[in-house]
Design a binder for this molecule. Structure first.
Ligand code: UDP
Length: 400
């Protein structure tokens, strides 16, 4: 029979040191058998699903019975929740009573199907928020919000607060996102799994093979952005920055994207971008191929993350982990990953992004130095054990 195995905390010894590994293992012993339920709205696509898949496994390997449940919804439910998500990041929404009714009814139906006999419930993002009101509360409920809450639309915030205030703690990605609410805020930056196919080291041959498979030319330096097709990721700004940079030197742009099951806007955005394709502007939808994501992040001369709002931006840490310098917008969680001019560049406009692309493409030494510091930043701050460690500390606070 095949030998199946999941990652153990001890696998991280070389990356974070034996002392940290031992500390986390010992801490977790206190929680042996703890039943933790995670709820979110998509099993696939986007950073939350990416993290839940690795985090729940690592917690299980540490002895915590950690479950991951995905709420089921109709297309109109996801269309409403995406609008809410946009409104929480500062967009506009007209929350009619029928939209509220659909949202609340679908969550109620999910509560009927989900039996909770856990020691902790962690609800991710706004979609499953109202679950809490349908259970007799027997354990702490934590709201883990991954999105950029720096400027939520007031009406949406007020509407959702009714449920947010029922939670025992809120976990945000950074202090910039604190809003008025009852639950005390905690700050956990997301983290990556360095061992999965998306992040582990690939050989040159494997990278060449993946890029060739998608006919991605490697004769010129690659400028890459990898993101769901979502206006907040500013794909139009990426195209403009690249076109400006190309006036000074030649390169190939790859805009790779995917679609999440809880994000119905993607198709339309992808189609509108396709009009901009040319032989040096590749717009690809093969983002479901993790090895391709890895190959592009590794081989790129420069990775962009030109988001207009960003809760964290796992793609930034993913590229930095591969020693690739990232030009990221000076927003949300991106600025906690990139230290401007040290391990990458922070930019606030298309012009700045274009100038940094040109600067980096012209200067291999700078790319190498920044890339090396970028990898070190991720090793120190953005690997999964640190994230799990923070959850263990929070669980411990509730035991006091
Ligand atoms: N991703 C992917 N293929 C794509 C686009 C994105 O696998 O075509 C992954 C990306 O590698 C990262 C996650 O989806 O792991 C996106 O997380 P991030 O925090 O950057 O953004 P979100 O989509 O959650 O807003």
């Amino acid at each position: 029979m095949a030998q199946y195995r999941i990652q153990q905390i001890e696998d991280y010894v070389e990356l974070i040191g034996a002392a940290k590994v031992e500390r986390i293992r010992n801490k977790a012993k206190e929680f042996e058998g703890l039943r933790v339920a995670n709820f979110n709205s998509t099993y696939y696509g986007g950073g939350v699903a990416e993290m839940l898949s690795s985090m729940t496994l690592l917690m299980n390997s540490l002895g915590l019975q950690t479950e991951w449940r995905v709420i089921q919804g109709t297309p109109d439910f996801f269309s409403i929740t995406k609008k809410m998500h946009n409104a929480l990041q500062g967009g506009e929404i007209d929350l009619t009573s029928i939209k509220k009714e659909i949202f609340e009814q679908v969550i109620y139906e999910n509560s009927v199907r989900n039996f909770i006999r856990h020691d902790f419930v962690i609800v991710h993002d706004p979609q499953p928020l109202p679950l809490i009101e349908h259970y007799e509360k027997r354990c702490p409920w934590l709201w883990r919000c991954h999105i950029d809450l720096s400027r939520p639309q007031p009406e949406t915030w007020k509407y959702l607060r009714y449920w947010i205030d029922l939670y025992d703690a809120a976990i945000l990605s950074c202090p910039d996102f604190v809003q008025e609410m009852e639950p005390p805020p905690h700050f956990f930056m997301p983290a990556i799994n360095p061992f999965n196919i998306k992040n582990r080291e690939l050989s040159d041959k494997e990278i060449d093979e993946r890029l060739a498979h998608y006919n991605i030319p490697t004769d010129l330096p690659l400028v890459v952005q990898i993101s769901r097709f979502d206006p907040w990721k500013d794909p139009v700004g990426v195209l403009e920055a690249f076109k400006r940079a190309r006036k000074e030197l030649d390169a190939t742009l790859v805009l790779l994207g995917n679609f999440a099951t809880d994000d119905p806007e993607g198709e339309q955005i992808y189609e509108s971008l396709c009009a901009c394709r040319d032989e040096r502007i590749l717009i690809l939808t093969s983002g479901d191929d993790s090895a391709l994501v890895n190959a592009l992040q590794t081989r790129a001369a420069v990775v962009l993350q030109k988001s207009l709002r960003e809760g964290f931006g796992l793609t930034v840490s993913e590229a930095m982990w591969k020693g690739t310098p990232v030009i990221g917008s000076n927003v949300g969680g991106i600025r906690y990953q990139i230290e401007d001019g040290v391990n990458g560049f922070l930019v606030s406009s298309v012009e700045q992004a274009a100038a940094r692309i040109v600067q980096l493409l012209k200067d291999k030494k700078l790319r190498d130095e920044m890339g090396e510091r970028a990898r070190e930043t991720v090793r120190e701050k953005f690997l999964l054990p640190r994230y799990v460690d923070q959850y263990l500390d929070l669980f411990a606070e509730f035991r006091k």
